[in-house]
Write a protein that binds this ligand. Sequence first.
Ligand SMILES: C[S@@+](CC[C@H](N)C(=O)[O-])C[C@H]1O[C@@H](n2cnc3c(N)ncnc32)[C@H](O)[C@@H]1O
Length: 209
Amino acid sequence: MSIDISGTEGYAERADALIEQWRTISFADQHAPVLAWIPRVPSRIVDIGAGIGTDAAGFAALGHTVLAVEPVDAFRRAARELHPSPRIEWLDDSLPDLTVLLARRDRFDVVMLSAVWMHLDAPQRERAMQCVAALLRDGGVSIMSLRHGPVPDGRRMFDVTADETIRLASAHGLRLVRELHTSSVQPANRANGVTWTRLVFERPADMAY
Ligand SMILES: C[S@@+](CC[C@H](N)C(=O)[O-])C[C@H]1O[C@@H](n2cnc3c(N)ncnc32)[C@H](O)[C@@H]1O
């Protein structure tokens, strides 16, 4: 159901090429800077904008149970074939409101938002942050990455700053525990000057619902 989901522009049309490109990305390389915030004990993780499931599979291999949320049908189909793990459940839903997911009233130890936040405009980011906070259990963490640099043709992306994201998270009771800035792990993107901000937020245990 990717048609008309804002943020997915340019993905379904190029799904075959992107699936091939993304298959070469390693979970461990991509997330090395934030791996310390992934729980050591089996936990419940929701990966939003999960693409072809590289991260979902990485989490599953570490023993976690993963709900992978992705609105582009072609990516969910490819992901199921690439990573047929019983620890991964796939869900067709989308930011900013995550209507299907929130209706389940689940809470998670980790909310992963890798390379998706910059697809949302400012009002959508406000709504989406409220959802992120609602999905985290007390003591849980949200791991986010924000892309900076040239926008690929046909893609919908906005300039999103660390400061704005930290402010939004704080307004929803989430505390920044890590901020770092890295270059892209993909050689072509690195050559084009793509950089990333990585942020980790914690939902404090004493936060009121
Ligand atoms: C750059 S890819 C990142 C995929 C994966 N998270 C990763 O880091 O490899 C961005 C993903 O976000 C998804 N996406 C775009 N807009 C979205 C939205 N409104 N809600 C949820 N996912 C969205 C796209 O379909 C795509 O799979």
